[in-house]
Ligand binder design. Structure first.
Ligand code: PEP
Length: 252
């Protein structure tokens, strides 16, 4: 089955509003009518409305970097997935920075996945092993646990579901996985999705690689059969670099 590649730009906690709007405009100019790749932009939460307004009518889609597992209520500082409707189409769930720096557990990631799906938004589920698991040969066990727990509350394969394989040791370090290693992990994740739902779901799910992807190495990942795009951190803050990555995906 031909899967349309998907590239996401995770801006993390970067850019003041004027710079965010400038980057959004630059992306719209360069990628607004892009074909052959789905492009998602994940700005910081205060700029989600700006992203929606600047990108409205283009082919670029807006995603939130995080959301809570309740839709509304007395949860100071949190954002219910339903509140994102009309502004964002996607939500990043389980990024390793949430898991490690904010102590998000697999149970919490599972609740968030359920809430995002219930709100009719598309989840981009990030999973990935820390270096200690890799060294101990526990990568696949860890990925299995993260994926299965995250999908615990999800009955059917979410429409447009995206999984991002992001080895923790490759994020923001400049030390990307090798394309072959990333391919093996992405293929493994695809078999897990097929096991959890069915063969058609395994075939349809798009699996991104993330971890120090840049304009120079992106094409080597996109040439792999089970890698359907990238989740990009640092390089997504540079309009030219991010555009080059998206174009490489579209050409793959
Ligand atoms: C990320 O934040 O998901 C990421 C992959 O970051 P970077 O591209 O900077 O490694």
């Amino acid at each position: 089955m031909a899967r349309v590649p998907v590239v996401g730009g995770n801006w993390k906690m970067n850019l003041a509003r004027p710079a965010a709007r400038e980057l959004l405009s630059g992306l719209r100019e360069r990628l607004g009518d892009v074909d052959g790749v789905e492009v998602l932009v994940f700005p910081p939460a205060p700029w989600l409305g700006d992203a929606h307004d600047v990108l409205d009518g283009s082919r670029l889609r807006v995603g939130a970097q995080n959301a809570y597992w309740e839709q509304k209520g007395a949860y100071t500082g949190e954002i219910g997935p339903a509140m994102l409707q009309g502004t964002a189409s996607h939500v990043l769930v389980g990024h390793s920075e949430r898991r490690i720096q904010f102590g998000e557990t697999v149970w919490e990631t599972g609740r968030k996945m359920g809430a995002v799906c219930a709100a009719g938004l598309t989840p981009v589920l990030a999973v990935g092993e820390p270096f200690s698991d890799r060294r101990a040969g526990r990568t696949e066990d860890g990925l299995r646990r993260q994926l299965i727990e995250a999908l615990r509350t999800v009955e059917a394969m979410p429409d447009g579901f995206v999984v991002a394989y992001e080895p923790v040791w490759a994020i923001g370090t400049g030390e990307a996985a090798t394309p072959e290693d990333a391919q093996a992990r992405c293929a493994f994740l695809r078999t897990l999705v097929a096991e959890r739902f069915d063969a058609a779901a395994g075939d349809a799910v798009r699996i991104q690689y993330g971890g120090s992807v840049n304009a120079d190495n992106a094409a080597s990942f996109f040439a792999q059969p089970d890698i359907d795009g990238a989740l990009v951190g640092g390089a997504s803050l540079d309009a030219d670099a991010f555009t080059a990555i998206c174009r490489a995906a579209a050409a793959s």
